[in-house]
Design a protein around this ligand. Structure first.
Ligand SMILES: [Zn+2]
Length: 113
């Protein structure tokens, strides 16, 4: 096996691990420590291997403190002026997504699933 193939295999393994961690963070979203740790590890792996976390998942946690977003519990979601605003109730980080993009993401999700 050449180095290129080995690298591809490593990347595949890493990306599977990232997906697993993101799933586990969803599964354990009521366990703050466990879910936050899963996200932290997933982000660390994805950075190391230059794996992109899908936008579907990116909107599910705070990229600042890695808290899993639970509407009305850990995040406040507001829509208006063509934007969707996510306010992390843990660290106060604000994330804004243009509504059009949001719509596009939503339809992408529908296609994916
Ligand atoms: Zn936060």
């Amino acid at each position: 096996m050449g180095w290129k193939e080995r690298k591809a295999v490593r990347k595949k393994v890493a990306s599977d691990r990232v997906k697993e961690l993101l799933k586990s963070s969803e599964l354990h979203k009521n366990d703050e420590i466990l879910s936050t740790n899963s996200i932290k590890t997933a982000v660390a792996i994805s950075r190391r291997h230059k794996i992109r976390i899908s936008s579907k998942f990116k909107r599910k946690f705070c990229k600042k403190c890695f808290t899993v977003f639970i509407p009305n519990k850990t995040v406040r979601v507001r829509t208006g002026k063509g934007k969707v605003t996510f306010t992390c109730l843990n660290c106060g980080n604000i994330k804004r997504i243009p509504y059009l993009k949001e719509k596009k993401i939503q339809s992408n999700i529908k296609i994916e699933s």
